[in-house]
Ligand binder design. Structure first.
Ligand SMILES: [Zn+2]
Length: 221
């Protein structure tokens, strides 16, 4: 499992500074680890501590070295990598009107697409309450008219969006990056900081992984 950035990576918090991506990501990683371990998986968190490890690129390389070392140890087909993030529409100085959940894989059709589809299906279930509130919040102007609770891209036939994010391209096992709502949207942050919001985000990742491995009880990194 991959944590998002470091505290001093710049921006990456809500405009009112009540919500920090690095903190939320770690909280989700620790909770998902607990749940998956209870289901019999082995789970590692790449950079659990909020410490500085060289430049951002050096940090990404370090993450991939950790993941690929585990792939060599356990077999890449028995592993997967999840990078857990929170999206932003602007630089974090003011509230914006973009919102919604999304999942990314590297370009092309790979095993990661199955993982992303499993996460997407889990999100539709786990974030059903969020999706219901979404339309009401849209009427209040908290989301602009283009926004949808699940941000999808069906151009390649599946719901994930594709991007050459470093950790998606340089890991040997299937990898997916989730953007768990927007830290510069007021309605999204209210959901994320609520106990049931955190619970739903944790559950969607757990369900997504279980769905991907079809309850085979293998290792997950
Ligand atoms: Zn991020």
């Amino acid at each position: 499992m991959g944590t998002a950035h470091r505290q001093n990576a710049g921006g990456n918090c809500s405009p009112d500074r009540t919500f920090y991506e690095y903190q939320f990501s770690r909280e989700v990683c620790f909770r998902v680890k607990q749940e998956l371990e209870a289901a019999g998986f082995t789970v590692f968190i790449d950079l659990p501590d909020n410490i500085i490890l060289g430049t951002p690129t050096e940090e990404l390389r370090k993450r991939c070295r950790i993941v690929n070392g585990l792939c060599d140890q356990f077999g890449k087909h028995n592993c997967l990598y999840l990078s857990i993030h929170v999206n932003a529409a602007g630089s974090g100085q003011q509230w914006r009107t973009a919102g919604g959940w999304s999942v990314y894989t590297s370009p092309g059709t790979t095993q990661a697409d199955r993982l992303a589809t499993s996460l997407y299906e889990a999100a539709r279930l786990s974030l059903a309450d969020y999706a219901r509130q979404f339309e009401e919040n849209k009427r209040k102007g908290l989301y602009d008219h283009k926004q949808r609770p699940f941000r999808t891209d069906y151009l390649d036939g599946d719901p994930d969006q594709e991007a050459r994010f470093y950790v998606l391209v340089h890991t040997k096992c299937p990898a997916a990056l989730t953007e768990n709502l927007f830290q510069d949207n007021q309605a999204d942050v209210a959901y994320l900081i609520s106990p049931q919001g955190l619970e739903s985000i944790v559950r969607l990742h757990t369900r997504g992984v279980l769905g991907y491995f079809s309850f085979n009880g293998r290792s997950a990194t």
